[in-house]
Design a protein around this ligand. Sequence first.
Ligand SMILES: NC(=O)c1ccc[n+]([C@@H]2O[C@H](COP(=O)([O-])OP(=O)(O)OC[C@H]3O[C@@H](n4cnc5c(N)ncnc54)[C@H](OP(=O)(O)O)[C@@H]3O)[C@@H](O)[C@H]2O)c1
Length: 249
Amino acid sequence: MSYCDLTEKTILVTGASSGIGKQAAIQISQQGGEVIITGRDDSRLKETFNDLIGNNHVMIVADLVNEDEINSLVDSLPVINGLVHCAGIVGPTPAKFIREENIKKLMRINFEVPVLLTGRILLKKKIANAASIIFMSTVATQMPYFGGALYNSAKSAIESYSKTLALELVKRGIRSNCLSPGLVNTPLIKKPVSDGQMELVDESLGRYLKKYPMGIGEANDVSNAIIFFLSDESKWISGTNLVMGGVLQ
Ligand SMILES: NC(=O)c1ccc[n+]([C@@H]2O[C@H](COP(=O)([O-])OP(=O)(O)OC[C@H]3O[C@@H](n4cnc5c(N)ncnc54)[C@H](OP(=O)(O)O)[C@@H]3O)[C@@H](O)[C@H]2O)c1
């Protein structure tokens, strides 16, 4: 058996139509795992699906801000051994401009959705003993950037939820951990401009990047850690938050 082998594990990955979730799903399949991928965009999710190695993978298009879609996703699941919450959005808004609709939008997908999805999976007994649950936070909870108050607050909340969940599930050997990467080169932080070039979605991120002695990360820098946390090699680790990106201060 190879290091971080995932054979005989079935793993649900949200946000699998893009960025870190996409890369994680592909690597899980390379490690022998069966993946259930979900995302909103049908054609990009299909691209991920076509990149998976091996058989028995499943693709489910769902908008997870809709609780009915969470419930029908969970109803369609087999018992899973791993859950990777990658669905998320950013929405830089300076504090003085924050309105209720901004709060609802940012908190919904970054905090409420992973909480509701995890709860429903537990309630419906769709997760095996010794399974691994991974949440995505951000280094920005510890090193804020201008305009990031809502995003950082949602991610701080998910860090706290993950820790409490780890305590509640320890008797079943189910582990819950958070990853907190620095900036990663994905569509979350970059948008296309003319001539196929990409630029940062917000100029304040450019200033933020100056704090990165190791530079911007790639999706596989994060998914390598996701694979470790899903595998039995990390079976003694729960309730942690792994800060990634060499952000030293
Ligand atoms: N990139 C970074 O610098 C960075 C740093 C730290 C933490 N993170 C966190 O890492 C996670 C993955 O980020 P990423 O960089 O891979 O972002 P990304 O490339 O923009 O991908 C985000 C994913 O979330 C999905 N999503 C968004 N809203 C959704 C909804 N309502 N229902 C279902 N799926 C939804 C998207 O689906 P569709 O595209 O199909 O709509 C997409 O698959 C996020 O939680 C993010 O906060 C990212």
